[in-house]
Design a binder for this molecule. Sequence first.
Ligand code: FES
Length: 113
Amino acid sequence: MKGSDSFLVVLETPKGERSFTCHRNEFIWNAAAHNGINLPAICHQGRCLTCAGRVLSGSFDQSSANSYFPEDRAAGFILLCTAKPCSDLRLRTNEQHLMRQHRAKLGLPAPYL
Ligand code: FES
């Protein structure tokens, strides 16, 4: 952890591991972009699931997402466009297909599936 207001975020991307610091009031997707990391996204509202990741460790605030269910959190999914870190985090990116399948299996909204 770097100071009390920023956290270390480590991303496991298809192109390898990347890390950066993210303020607790900043969306992780935006902080990644500021660090030159291009992640998938369409809506930037926590609705389309294109930015989905899987949390390997750490905690996060997803209250800014338009559509995020307790079942998503229980399965470890995170929508990076509208998620803020509450601790240091390690995530796997590019999980949109798995998150859509997870949603569809539960009968929850799965845009673009
Ligand atoms: S970009 Fe659509 S949910 Fe994140």
